[in-house]
Structure formats: C-alpha cells, structure tokens
Design a protein around this ligand. Sequence first.
Ligand code: ZN
Ligand code: ZN
Ligand code: ZN
Length: 268
Amino acid sequence: MKKKLVSTDFSGQMIMLGTGTSVGVPAIGCGCDVCQSSNPKNNRTRCSVILGLPEGNLLIDTPPDLREQLLRERIGLVHAVAYTHEHADHLYGLDDLRLFPFYVGHPIPIYSEPLVQKRIYSAFDYAFADRDDTHPGARPALTMLQIGLEPFDVLGSTVTPIRLRHGPHFDVLGFRVGSIAYCTDTNEIPDESWPLLEGLDVLIIDALRHTPHATHFSVDQAIEVARKTGAKQTYLTHICHELDHDIDDAKLPPGINLAYDGMRIPLT
Ligand SMILES: [Zn+2]
Ligand SMILES: [Zn+2]
Ligand SMILES: [Zn+2]
C-alpha cells in the first residue's frame, strides 16, 4: 500500500517521547504549582523513547500516551518495539501500533521478556485470537520475539539488555545501544549489570522525586548512580510533579539534567 507519510527521518537520534511518572504530569485533579505550570517542560507524558537506528525506528515501550507522542514529534513509522516491563504506563498504548504493519507490509516485531509476553497475550488477547478478521487492520499485527539478557540485533544495531530491579517484586530491563543506556523504572542496579554501564556517553536513569520510593530511584540516588557509572552526561526521567523543571534542573550537579518530553539526544 503506497501511503503519503510524514517525514520520519531522525536517524542517529534518540527522542524522549515521555518522561513522566505513571499518572503523568500534570496529575489529574492536582492543583500544585508544577501541575498548573505553563512551562511545557513540566508537561510529562508517560515514559517511552524512540531510537532512529540505521534500518528504522525502535520504540521502547508503548505508553497510553503513545498516539499523542508520535503525532507531537511527527513520527510516522515504528519498525520495532522493545519492552522494559509490563506495567500499565509502559504497555497500554500497544493498540496504537495497528497502522504500522500497513505501512511496512509485515507484522511489527515486539521484543520482550516472558512476563511481558504473558501480559500482552492476556491484555491484548484480541490481537492473537484464532479467527478471521472482519476487515484489514482490525487488530494489531505483531510478531512476538522473546529476549533475555543476551544482546540482540535489530534494525542494524545491537541492543544490550540490562537487568534492573524495580522494587521487591519486579525485575525489568534497561537497554544499551552504543554508548547510550536507557534505564527507567528501577531503584536498584544488581552487581552483574554495572559493567554494562561503563564507558557511557549518556545515561538516562529513573529519578521519581526527591524523597525515597519503594520502586524508583530518588534524585539523590540517581545522582549517585550517575557518578558511579562515570557517564559523561546523565538525564533523569520518570519524573513526578514534585520536580519543577527549571527550579530543580538548576540545582543538579554538572553533567546531570532533567529530561523533558521532546528532548533529542544524539546516538553515539
Ligand atoms: Zn513506569
Ligand atoms: Zn501536582
Ligand atoms: Zn514500572
């Protein structure tokens, strides 16, 4: 099918599609200064990033805000998806992938761990139902591919999964491509994962708020992680409404900044 698509060339870049915590910022019903702020950098949709790799666009996670994020950044194509974990704020925009199989002419490959696959099969059972479609595009056409901790090749790049702990009940994945690592939804980096965070140009790390949390790093903890890795530049993500972009960004040490929706980072 020949379609006129918007320009989607952002190869060599990572775009921060969403940098907000699970309820987003502003939080529904909240009258705090950050939620009522007119600074666009205090408007944080649910977490995801997209990477312009040599052979296409790799999306990490499909948050509920996915449609608006892709429209906002004028990204017309997603060629593959990798999942960090199965929490609702990272998964429930999956149905918005429905158009891309039309555009590329085949199902979209989805890379995830077994627990994520289980959640996808149950939450999106209609995508895998054993019956004839009533019309084309009635459901997302996906190819499920299982990953573990072994590096895998996708769209002309090698992606290295990084095991991260996300509170007492969840093990999740971060991903490293070249010298950039994306590590959201974590409050503990196990010993075996630290070597995978050496020699980074850019680290993107979870930092929910100033005070400690059961499943996310605080700002101080994230700074500690950034220092330990020696990353040249660190960006904090999965941010809640307790952080004001301009006020809190100015307080961070050199080489560490708050990420914001729409931020573009060169892939190195
Ligand atoms: Zn999350
Ligand atoms: Zn608020
Ligand atoms: Zn989570």
